[in-house]
Design a binder for this molecule. Structure first.
Ligand SMILES: C[S@@+](CC[C@H](N)C(=O)[O-])C[C@H]1O[C@@H](n2cnc3c(N)ncnc32)[C@H](O)[C@@H]1O
Length: 293
């Protein structure tokens, strides 16, 4: 099997903020390749436990190999099903929970998953291989209006309708089958110019739509608040402004009950040294809340 890597972002800071009981129970809602879980487990004593969830069964397999520790229990479930996973693991609450949103660099690097406009592959983009909707279905079957909405709302793409129309015209000739065919069409439609590849925002938007990501992100803070023990903390690492706004707003509402508090009022961002080593850390923002009652 090809080996992939994913460098966990703000791993020291997150571990420091979350792990306050070495014998506690911790949820990693987005296990990925187990980077953060590995850091957390190193801080735990024999009685500690990490419950790792991911929609991606392949990622779970790799995480188990990478972490290789019996204190890691894994489930191929969405983090929106965290309460069910805890019940399966025989636990009723957690001392800490982590949600490292979005996709991992391993998923981006694997051409066959179809997340990257730089690597030729099928238009797939599913985190969970059991899901029925693929990027191919959206690109080749959705109306121009629906495509425009997706590109605008999930990608903040300013030329959304122009790109949607170009897609509808092109697919009259033959279906758009691959990532690189779609990227080339977008480039031909809007040209090159800005700092990022012209297909970046459309690819982000398609990935969010395929995986119904924003619905999951909206639910996550409420799922987290219900499973935290008193004194427990939930950390959210976001990678674009739409995600961060959702978490910020949800925290505000949750904290207003008086039973939770913000651990950091100002968002925590990676240092320049970390960004230099790992450019993916560039847009990361960390927010943490704590259950106080
Ligand atoms: C940024 S990566 C996590 C990387 C991980 N922290 C590490 O250090 O290796 C995000 C992961 O979340 C998973 N994911 C996305 N949405 C999910 C959901 N609703 N429930 C569970 N996992 C999800 C993706 O499949 C991906 O593996």
């Amino acid at each position: 099997m090809t080996s992939f890597i994913h460098i966990p972002i703000l791993a020291e800071e997150i571990t420091e903020l979350l792990v306050r009981d070495a014998n506690g129970v911790y949820l990693d809602g987005t296990l990925g390749l187990g980077g953060h879980s590995g850091h957390i487990i190193k801080r735990l004593a024999a009685g500690g436990k990490v419950i790792g969830l991911d929609k991606d069964a392949e990622a779970i397999k790799m995480a188990r190999e990478n972490v290789n520790d019996e204190r890691l229990k894994t489930f191929n479930l969405s983090y929106t099903e965290a309460a069910e996973a805890l019940a399966l693991a025989g636990e009723s609450g957690v001392d800490g929970a982590l949600f490292d949103l979005g996709l991992s660099s391993y998923q981006l690097d694997d051409a066959q998953r179809g997340f990257s406009f730089l690597r030729q592959g099928p238009l797939d983009m599913r985190f969970d291989g059991r899901g029925e909707l693929r990027a191919y279905d959206i690109v080749n079957k959705y109306s121009a209006d629906k495509l425009t909405d997706i590109f605008e709302n999930y990608g903040e793409e300013r030329q959304a309708s122009k790109i949607a129309l170009a897609i509808c015209m092109a697919r009259r000739e033959s279906p758009i089958e691959t990532t690189t065919a779609l990227a080339a069409l977008i480039e031909k439609t809007v040209g090159r110019g800005g700092k990022i590849h012209p297909a970046t925002r459309v690819f982000q938007a398609l990935r969010i739509a395929v995986n119904d990501e924003l619905a999951c992100v909206k639910a996550a803070p409420y799922v987290a608040k219900d499973i935290l023990k008193v004194g427990g903390r939930a950390a959210f690492l976001t990678f674009h402004s739409t995600e961060d706004r959702i978490i910020k707003q949800a925290f505000k509402e949750i904290v207003s009950s008086g039973d939770y508090k913000l651990v950091n009022k100002k968002v925590i961002e990676p240092s320049w040294e970390e960004i230099k080593k790992n450019p993916r850390a560039r847009s990361a923002k960390l927010r943490v809340m704590e259950r106080v009652k």
